[in-house]
Design a binder for this molecule. Structure first.
Ligand code: CAA
Length: 283
């Protein structure tokens, strides 16, 4: 299965990062979102990232232009008709994802692979919205996408071996390291990361230590690049809550119960860096 033309759905932080690394690897990339203004915002952030690399002399100005020329805006899902691979990075909502996948199933040729960047939703359930579950797969990139080496590749129940192989090979062309996992809530990354972050929030909630102290312990004591509360702000507290709820519901075990303080912050609209306030302030 040869992949040359890719559509990335969702031009937010994850989608634009995925589009950037695909374009840098030489793929033709359609960056799709509901409105053109969202796409243009995503493209502007890619341009800014690439310019930083030019300033650091890691890319030439010509290379930057060449990469940008491979990125095309799209505000119409029908544009997926000519693609070999679609990577969906829309919001973490099952109804929205199944709707997108059902549409893509009708729009794209039957050879097109449909991948999702979901951080915890079942691939098997997303695949069931299509008539090609064997061509549906999880490609879970990490934030910030241009920097992080890992892509968790998740096999749905029906994912075909040759589809898995194509996606593993394609991931390597992005200069990323694929790791194969099976389809269980949170996969491997968020099954382990999110309960740690949730526990850090409980530690704050129960007054065990101040937020800065909790982050310092994990940074200096465990050599993590960011403390868990800083990382939660970076990921987005709404995303953290959503993943904890998916784990709680998926396993039915109270050890995954989201911390009430996390719920409170999300209700207040304190979602982390993206809203200027989470555990820390960013204004
Ligand atoms: N986009 C692109 N590049 C970025 C970036 C961004 N948002 N943020 C940093 N970088 C680049 C910098 O330009 C710099 O590049 P060079 O080496 O080429 O100069 C490099 O990353 C290092 O950046 P800094 O020196 O500014 O800062 P740092 O050394 O503190 O690294 C970090 C920043 C990479 C974000 C680091 O703090 C880190 O690794 N944090 C943890 C990230 C993490 O855990 N991510 C996973 C989150 S979970 C997830 O994504 C999955 C999920 O489902 C929730």
């Amino acid at each position: 299965m040869s992949i040359q033309n890719v559509m990335v759905i969702g031009a937010g932080q994850m989608g634009s990062g995925i589009a950037q690394v695909c374009a840098m690897a030489g793929y033709n990339v359609l960056v799709n979102d509901l409105k053109e203004e969202f796409v243009l915002k995503g493209l502007a952030s890619i341009e800014k990232n690439l310019q930083r690399q030019v300033d650091k002399q890691k890319l030439t100005a010509d290379q930057k232009q060449e990469i940008l020329s491979r990125l095309k805006p799209s505000a119409d899902l029908q544009d997926a008709a000519g693609t070999d691979l679609v990577i969906e990075a829309a919001v973490e909502n099952m109804a929205i994802k199944t709707d997108i996948f059902a549409k893509l199933d009708k729009i794209t040729p039957e050879t097109t692979i449909l991948a999702t960047n979901t951080s915890s939703l079942p691939i098997t359930e997303i695949a069931a919205a299509t008539n090609r579950p064997e061509k549906v797969i999880g490609m879970h990139f990490m934030n910030p996408v241009p920097v992080m080496k890992l892509v968790e590749i998740i096999r749905g129940l029906a994912t075909a071996d040759e589809v898995y192989q194509s996606i593993e090979d394609m991931t390597k062309t992005l200069n990323k390291i694929p790791v194969e996992v099976n389809d269980f809530p949170g996969f491997v990354s968020n099954r382990i990361l999110m309960p740690m972050i949730n526990e850090a929030i409980y530690t704050l909630y129960e007054g065990v230590a101040e937020k800065e102290a909790i982050d310092e312990v994990m940074k200096l004591g465990m050599n993590h690049p960011m403390g868990p509360l800083t990382l939660a702000d970076f990921i987005g507290l709404d995303t953290c809550l959503y993943i904890m709820e998916t784990l709680h519901e998926g396993f039915g075990d109270d050890k995954y119960r989201p911390c009430p303080l996390l719920r409170k912050y999300v209700k207040a609209g304190w979602l982390g860096r993206k809203t200027g306030r989470g555990f820390y302030s960013y204004e």
